[in-house]
Structure formats: C-alpha cells, structure tokens
Design a protein around this ligand. Structure first.
Ligand SMILES: Cc1ncc(COP(=O)(O)O)c(C=O)c1O
Length: 382
C-alpha cells in the first residue's frame, strides 16, 4: 500500500500506540481523584502538558488538551464571540479556511456577527495588508489558517501577528495550525499568535486528540462547561493516555521536521516535474517557497476525479479528490475557485499529501501508475 492522503489523516506511529495502551492499562485513574491511582494519572497529564509546551516554546499553563482541530477552532471562535460581543460584532477571516472555521462563522452570522471573508491571490495566500484593510472599530477577532489543507499555501502569519500586536492589540489573533504544525516551522511567541489550534491525528497521533495553545491572559469563555478540568477551561474527564500519546507524536514529528524535510521537498519536486511533463495535467499548488512540500494539488483534464482515485486504489495507491471532509459531498473546492481555477478543471482535482514516512520509490510507483491509468482511460474514451 502507498498511502498519500496524510492531510486527511495519518497512520499512528507505533510508539504512539504503545504509549497509549501502556498508559490506558497501567495509569487508568481519573486525574481528579485524590488517591494514588488518580495522582499517578495526574502526574502523567502534567508531564505531557509540560513536554508539549517545551516543544512549542510556550508555558505549560498555555496548553489545553482538546478532542482535535474542530473543537479547538469552535472553542476559540465561539468563545471570543461570547466574551467580546459587548465590544464589537465584527470578525475577519479568509475565503479558504477549513469548514470548522467557515461553518462556525455561518453560525455566528446567524447570531448577529458580521464576518469579512478576505480573498486570496492566485497562490492561495492572503495579504496582511488586505486583512488590515478590513479592520473596523467593531473588529474583535482575526482568524487565519497557517497552511491551507487543499493546496498547501502558507499564510503570512508572522506578518499579520506583528501588525495586529503593534497597532491593534485588542483584536484577538487565532491561527488554525492543523496542517502547519510539524511541517512549517512557526514560533508562536514570535508570531504574536493569541491562539493556535493543533490536531494530533494529522501528525501520527490519535484521532480525537488535540491541543489548543492560548496565550497567557488571553482565555475566552469555555465551550464545554462542567467539572472544571483543564483549569476550568475544558471540562470533561481528561484523556490522559491520549495526551501522553499526543506529546510523543509531536516530539517525533518535530524531530522529523528537522531531519527529513529535505526528503519531503525532494519527493514534492519529483512529483511536480513528472506531472508537468504529462499532457492535460495542471498543478494548482503554488511553488514551494509559497507552499508546503507535503501537499500537492493538481487536475487531469477531462478525467472524472472519482474514477481516477479508484483506479489508483486498485493499484494500492491512496490519494484524495479534495479535502477529506468535502470529498464525499461533490462540492467544487472553494480554494481552487478562489485562486482562479475554472470550475470544470477544479472538478477533476486531486490532492497528494505526503508524510515523512513516504519514500522516493513510492513516488516513482505513483508516477508510473498515473501514466498507466491515463493511457488506459484514453483507450476507454476512444
Ligand atoms: C486546516 C484544518 N483545520 C481543521 C481541521 C479539523 O481537524 P480535526 O479532524 O482534528 O477535527 C482539519 C482537518 O482536516 C484541517 O485540515
């Protein structure tokens, strides 16, 4: 099997699974219990939080465990809206965010908030200047993703963060970092980010685990109220094993980022070069200085996307038509339309998303398979 759908989800590292099962079996106590078994679990939770904080270069009281990217994004957007609705009702975001941002914005619009969706350029990037132009006196929040999940564009987070913190310190800055962490280096402190969303299953951790960084003093009203866990910010009995597994996955992924980024780049460049030589293929991901090496989006003219994905699957190769959550709805990608790809071409678009586990040999097999299927389809269509 050649798995190239790593932006949808990744296969957990075996070390992560071992951590999870060991902690689940040996340290199954409730961290809120005052007896020894509870305290042992609490100790592990504290350690996991400290490790993650250390890896991200932040304080441990700025780390909250969540169930993943969707929860992190909902927590910040809804929380900020509730906390600051007295100050203003305007929020700025971009046209290319994940649905866990856009759908929340729609809900907030129903609640009376006004949302500005800032468009992107032909590379899928928003400009800091455009974001700033949309600021009004009622603006309470700016939310921009770190890396786009469909075409891999990198957004100018540091630039936006710098301007906001210098000139608009009362506007909250949230970044959806789900596709960025472990693939595109960021210093949360240097970028002046107030909140950053992370999801563990995108870097070989487990589904249903996430981390939300919130700068000290920048907490909003919680989404989940209850027993007061996570320093009264995210109630619900803590998933200690998941937190320990997430810390392990993040450590391994950040190490890979240091050691293996050049291999990702090499694979990406090889795919681009080979695809560009084939007739009828257009590549939508912008050049590598503007996008991450693990996401490559392209179209094959006149080919039905599902037919192609299944033909690759028959050869043991797994890619996706567009982002995983919208691939079953047959909606044309708003990101591709946003960068000016005609609808007909956007309909036959594919996303290859790599992990540090993939190899050049696999890339050669993929290119051979794509050539083979193109040839076969030409025969069928004659
Ligand atoms: C950019 C982005 N944000 C948020 C999410 C949602 O993350 P999760 O699956 O952990 O809820 C995804 C998932 O694909 C994503 O790509």
């Amino acid at each position: 099997m050649i798995y190239l759908d790593n932006s949808a989800t990744t296969r957990p590292f075996s070390e992560v699974l071992t951590s999870y099962t060991t902690v689940s079996q040996k340290f199954f106590g409730n961290p809120s219990s005052i007896h020894r078994i509870g305290m042992e679990a609490e100790k592990l939770l504290i350690q996991a939080r400290e490790q993650i904080a250390g890896l991200l270069g932040v304080k441990s009281n700025e780390i909250y465990f969540t169930s993943g990217g969707t929860e992190g994004n909902n927590t910040v957007l809804k929380g900020i809206a509730r906390t600051y609705k007295g100050r203003g009702n305007h929020i700025i975001t971009t046209t290319v965010e994940h649905d866990s941002i856009h759908k929340v914005m729609e809900q907030l619009e129903e609640d009376g908030f006004s949302i500005s969706y800032v468009p992107v350029n032909e590379f899928g990037q928003v400009s800091a200047e455009d974001i700033i132009k949309h600021i009004r006196k009622e603006t309470i929040l700016v939310s921009v993703m770190h890396v786009n999940n469909e075409i891999g564009s990198i957004q100018p987070i540091e630039e936006i963060g710098k301007i906001l913190s210098n000139y608009y310190p009362n506007i909250y800055f949230h970044v959806d970092g789900v596709q960025g962490i472990g693939k595109q280096a960021i210093s949360l402190k240097k970028a002046n980010v107030d909140a950053y969303t992370i999801s563990a299953h995108k870097f070989h951790g487990l589904k249903g685990n996430g981390v939300l960084y919130i700068k000290e003093g920048k907490r909003m009203e919680p989404l989940l109220a209850g027993g007061g866990q996570e320093n009264a910010f995210r109630s619900g009995t803590e998933n200690v094993a998941g937190a320990v597994a997430t810390a392990k996955a993040l450590r391994m992924q950040l190490q890979n980022e240091k050691d293996k980024m050049s291999i990702l780049t090499q694979m990406n460049l090889y795919l681009r070069e080979q695809l560009a030589r084939m007739k009828g293929i257009s590549i939508h991901s912008p050049a590598l200085e503007k996008s991450v090496p693990h996401i490559l989006n392209f179209s094959i003219e006149g080919v039905k996307a599902e037919v192609f994905v299944h033909a690759l699957e028959e050869r043991g190769i797994y890619i996706s038509t567009t982002s995983a959550c919208s691939s079953k709805t047959n909606k044309v990608s708003k990101t591709l339309l946003g960068i000016g790809v005609p609808e007909q071409i956007a309909e036959s678009s594919f996303r290859i998303s790599l992990s540090y586990e993939n190899t050049m040999t696999e890339m050669e097999k993929v290119i051979a398979a794509i050539k083979d299927i193109k040839e076969w389809l030409r025969g069928v269509m004659k």
